[in-house]
Design a binder for this molecule. Structure first.
Ligand SMILES: NC(=O)c1ccc[n+]([C@@H]2O[C@H](COP(=O)([O-])OP(=O)(O)OC[C@H]3O[C@@H](n4cnc5c(N)ncnc54)[C@H](O)[C@@H]3O)[C@@H](O)[C@H]2O)c1
Ligand SMILES: O=C(O)[C@H](O)COP(=O)(O)O
Length: 387
């Protein structure tokens, strides 16, 4: 029986994947697995029982990835599962920034008692007029799950689209419409585009990338959209640029005291992934990944350990070793197993950065003493046994 705890509400169709072998618990410290959306986990202490964290979503900057890895806790996310929801809101953001739809609707609400509203609207409407998206240049920074969908959709609106992503994956490159121009430098994209949308993860290398200098390279009247994370943007510089009019609109999915209420800022309460479909997709993917790891030891879509798959565990005993990615680990494991006359039926080892994962199927029971010996090997962070 596995115990799980949800730090945020998780869609029921996802939780329905966790069938009779699983029970929800009220305390994270009792859980084998945690499901989470945006709850911040940096200050949390993790119990020895915690084996995995599944982020039902894309961004993992709310989770202490390295500390989890050091404690042998595998962290998963759900790549692409909410990308369409975000894409649709980005398109809405571009439209909201192009005509003053929000101001216009506000005017109608303020004048709802006016018996002459139809006639008065015809006089008032010029204050809310704007421009079309067709023919405008859109720059997309980050061509991953969301960036590709936004870029492709914008071509269907008649926009001239430029994409920038020095680390673009082969998969994304295949999915990208051929009509999208390749911006070789981000500065080129800054100086040429009317709308700029950012879809990169929050990392040390991307923090504050839209800063005073980047904004200074942009056209007068540019619209900047941020549905990725607030820390990608230097908000003080953004406010200055909004006040001066250099930036016409900053459309952001991340309310902060700095930008909220500033003229030209269109601030949305983090609704990018808040659609039924995205919530269901993320929850189902997160739950399935957790289940496969807990029951079979397979890792798919982890952000701190390598992907590794030995299929469904059959009759064999499966040993799972989470360890640092250093030489001679497999040699030490197989020596311990050979000494105790254990026969290895299958073995896989994969690494990701500083961390590695070894799965070993043994065609007999594994005595507790052997497990203790494996745990005592230097650089081993956790040993699990599935029997
Ligand atoms: N508003 C929301 O509700 C919402 C929903 C989902 C994701 N997000 C945010 O959006 C981010 C992107 O999501 P995704 O699903 O597209 O992720 P993804 O991992 O599929 O794509 C990210 C892309 O950014 C690229 N990249 C990394 N560093 C870069 C840099 N310096 N310059 C240019 N490109 C760079 C990567 O190569 C990758 O292609 C997430 O990390 C998350 O923070 C927000
Ligand atoms: O990174 C993400 O997936 C989004 O920011 C969605 O976050 P949420 O699940 O809290 O809506």
């Amino acid at each position: 029986m596995y115990k799980y705890h949800c730090l945020n509400p998780i869609s029921q169709v996802g939780l329905d994947q966790l069938t009779e072998e699983y029970t929800p618990v009220n305390e994270a410290k009792e859980a084998d697995a945690i499901l989470v959306r945006s709850a911040v986990m940096h200050e949390m202490e993790f119990s020895k029982d915690l084996k995995a964290v599944a982020r039902a979503g894309a961004g993992v900057n709310n989770i202490p990835l390295e500390r989890c890895a050091e404690e042998g806790i595998v962290v998963f996310n759900t790549p692409g599962a909410n990308a369409n929801g975000v894409k649709e809101l980005v398109l809405a953001g571009m439209l909201l920034a192009s005509r003053d739809i929000i101001g216009g609707i506000g005017w109608v609400q303020e004048n709802e008692e006016d018996g002459n509203i139809a006639k008065d609207a015809e006089k008032a409407k010029k204050a809310f007029a704007g421009c079309e998206l067709e023919g405008k240049k859109l720059g997309v920074i980050g061509l991953g799950a969301i960036g590709v969908l936004v870029a492709n959709a914008a071509t269907h609106l008649g926009m001239d689209v430029y994409g920038y992503d020095p680390y673009v994956s082969v998969d994304s490159a295949w999915r990208l419409s051929r009509s999208i121009h390749h911006a070789k430098t981000v500065d080129e994209l800054y100086s040429d585009c009317d709308y700029i949308t950012i879809h990169v993860p929050a990392l040390d290398s991307t923090k504050g990338m839209i800063d005073k200098h980047a904004i200074s390279l942009m056209k007068d009247g540019v619209v900047i959209l941020n549905f990725a994370r607030n820390i990608l943007v230097d908000e003080e510089a953004m406010v200055d640029a909004l006040v001066s009019g250099h930036v016409k609109h900053y459309v952001t999915d991340f309310p902060t005291p700095t930008v909220t209420g500033v003229k030209g800022a269109i601030v949305i309460p983090h609704l990018g992934a808040s659609t039924e479909e995205a919530e269901d997709n993320c929850a189902v993917m997160a739950a399935k990944q957790l289940k496969d790891y807990l029951e079979n030891g397979n890792i798919k879509n982890s952000v701190n350990y390598p992907d590794c798959d030995m299929g469904i565990r059959g009759e064999n005993t499966r040993l799972l070793l989470l360890h640092h990615n250093v030489p001679n680990m497999i040699g030490q494991f197989t020596t311990i197993l050979a000494k105790d006359n254990m026969n290895i039926a299958d073995l896989t080892n994969k690494s990701k950065g500083k961390y590695a994962y070894t799965m070993i199927d043994i065609d007999s029971p594994v005595p507790a003493g052997v497990v203790e010996e494996l745990k005592a090997v230097g650089e081993v962070l956790r040993v699990r046994i599935l029997a």
